[in-house]
Design a protein around this ligand. Sequence first.
Ligand SMILES: [Cu+2]
Length: 417
Amino acid sequence: MNGMRELGWAALLAASLMAAPAARADNLPGSRPPDPYRSRTEGIDIQCPGATDPKAVCVSIACGDGFVKMADGSDQYIFGFQDVAGIDPTVMWSYGRLGAEFPAPTIWAKEGQHLYLTLTNLGMIMRPDLFDPHTIHFHGFPNAASIFDGEPMASFGVTQNNSVTYFYDLQEPGTFMYHCHQEASEHMQMGMLGQLYILAAQDDLPDGTLLGTFTHHTGYKYVYDDGDGSTKYDVEVPLQMSSFDPHFHAADLGIQPPPFATMVDVYPMLNGRGYPDTVNPGGIMNNRNAYRSDIPNKVAQKIPALITCTQGQKVLLRISSLSTTEFNTLTAPGFPMLVVGTGAHLLRGPDKPDGTPGKNLYYLTQTITLGGGESTDVIVDTTNVPRGTYFLYTSNLNELSNDNEDYGGMMTEFVVN
Ligand SMILES: [Cu+2]
């Protein structure tokens, strides 16, 4: 066993060296498309400066603890991730203290790229008695090598004060997610949840390429490599369903055994916010300074859930769930919600024996129900939707509250201008 273990660590070291820390790359051309929504969601894909592999993208994420604010004003202690790309390792441990964000920073990359994903474990500021490792599990990645799967029972967790670089050869587009898999029930309830989108290579076809009877033009975006233009969209909105049990978070902060068996979530959220915070287009400042007077507050919830578009646009809702407790249902009565993908796959039947593509299995629906680990791609064509502000909300009506505060929870607004 010892020999195998040493071999594993040798491979890890080699992988870490391949993606040595890079200088901050804000001014370099990234693979992030110029989409106004994306710039607000702090997508963090960047080219690796100096890399000889033109397909390489480097993402650097740190994990630890922090605080977020619920829509009723209460503070929640969390475990989570933050973007530290380009942060000098000599200052990272002071820069990143109590810096966890919820949801985790969204990772964007393109089909065909090589993703070098570095995770650094900064430890727990409020729980110095805990020596928890953390991992990144790229949920849904096909055929992950167990060493890069972030699944600690098959491989390892990243221990405190250590960094490890995971590697993924991105062969398939889709709406994925990531989370920590170490003591998953606890760490996922505590907030180690993020979104991970792989953009379709079909976006980059030469102008004028024929896809059947459909003509591709530069700037067109598709959810999948559909071959017929049927998953083209104009505006893209991330919507991650999640929820918190404040008693569980308080127990972790108060050095008490977390109540697994009685886990009941009373803060249902979209992108880590309950209504009306969901429609706040800005970030939400936390209150960590009240717990550590030497650390100033930070914006720890950076992903709005407000949906805005111009009439006639096709809006892609990338909906996912990493809930540890509930199945959640979203509805927008009267809206034409076309489901084109589930589980990071195009909804299409098998190819025919002569090689022609199978039949599209897209369907129109009024409700989307997801459990933890599920995702779906919904396209709303607003051509026939009258201009106005609509609600997208959960039909589990008990989830339309922020704990004891009514008229909140898992609800947001869909604005058609
Ligand atoms: Cu963890």
